[in-house]
Design a protein around this ligand. Structure first.
Ligand SMILES: [Zn+2]
Length: 303
């Protein structure tokens, strides 16, 4: 469900407003868990607080142990492998996201409404919602959404596609970059590499140019020297294809043109933002992760 996807994404990116985060952002002076008084991190709230542990124990899941200190992304990945035990009747929907969601809701009810949800109530509500979601999905007609593809004539002449994007935050002037390599020889969309970084830049255009430059350098590192770079920044793609200069990013364009000579074959193509959603998400995520864990600008993160 979209709202739960967003919730889990926030949890994975360390962006949930739990006590530890609120203290870090100077919104609150105490990070104590409202139930047990321990420091409230996302993993504590979702897995290790006594209440959460009891909810997971009662849930009809074949669940392994999640040791204290397990990074949240690792914990969520472990949960993805859990099996819903019969006879709950949940087949296509997975239960664990609903359990995480209802532990979070129970926590908020306690803090903001002072109302207590019991362990049984929390598990029951999660199972009910998962079942309701499952039957709603089964009742939906199957719709195939057509995604626009990059120009296929150009695509076929290169060994690799590189979707690249940047996300830029005006307030901090921090930029995140993201790119995805895809081999053109496979009929299915195979994402071969994904990486991202974070740095300060004066404008979104500069951030886009930096993302393209970083992706090209990474392609050379991986010996992918036959590349089609796909970007949703039309002005940069136009500038690179016409050898026109843009004052704002003069230096970066010079660098990109020089790196370009090291490729066996390279082209640049504009694509609409809609088609660039994975690189866009990667860029936003890198910006968010860097902001949250205090990564030094300039650090390249390979995910
Ligand atoms: Zn607690």
């Amino acid at each position: 469900m979209p709202k739960i996807k967003l919730f889990l994404w926030k949890a994975a990116a360390g962006a949930l407003p739990v006590g530890a985060q609120l203290v870090r952002r100077h919104i609150s002076s105490t990070w104590d868990c409202a139930r047990c008084g321990a420091p409230e991190t996302s993993t504590h709230m979702l897995f290790h607080c006594d209440f959460a542990a009891q909810v997971w124990n009662l849930a009809p899941l074949q669940l392994g142990h999640i040791p204290i200190g397990t990074p949240i992304l690792e914990a969520l990945n472990l949960l993805k492998k859990t099996i819903v035990l019969p006879p709950v009747g949940i087949h296509t929907a997975t239960l664990f996201p609903w359990i995480c969601w209802h532990i979070w809701k129970a926590r908020n009810q306690l803090i903001f409404q002072n109302s207590h949800f019991s362990v049984i109530e929390t598990v029951t509500k999660a199972v009910q919602d998962a079942l309701a979601w499952q039957s709603a999905q089964l009742a939906l007609p199957k719709v195939r959404v057509a995604t626009p593809r990059p120009n296929s004539t150009t695509t076929l002449t290169h060994d690799f596609l590189c979707y690249v994007d940047a996300a830029w935050q005006q307030q901090s002037s921090l930029a995140g970059s993201g790119w995805v390599f895809q081999a053109t020889s496979h009929s299915e969309k195979e994402i071969t590499t994904f990486s991202a970084g974070c740095r300060r830049f004066p404008s979104p255009l500069a951030a886009e140019a930096w993302a393209i430059k970083s992706a090209m350098l990474h392609a050379l590192q991986l010996e992918r020297s036959d590349l089609l770079v796909l970007s949703d920044s039309k002005s940069i793609v136009d500038a690179l294809n016409s050898n026109v200069s843009l004052n704002e990013i003069f230096g970066l364009l010079v660098e990109i043109r020089s790196i370009r000579n090291r490729f066996r074959s390279i082209s640049f193509q504009f694509i609409p933002r809609l088609v660039n959603s994975i690189a866009d998400a990667a860029a936003k995520l890198s910006l968010c992760i860097s902001g949250n864990i205090g990564l030094d600008p300039g650090t390249l993160v390979f995910v």
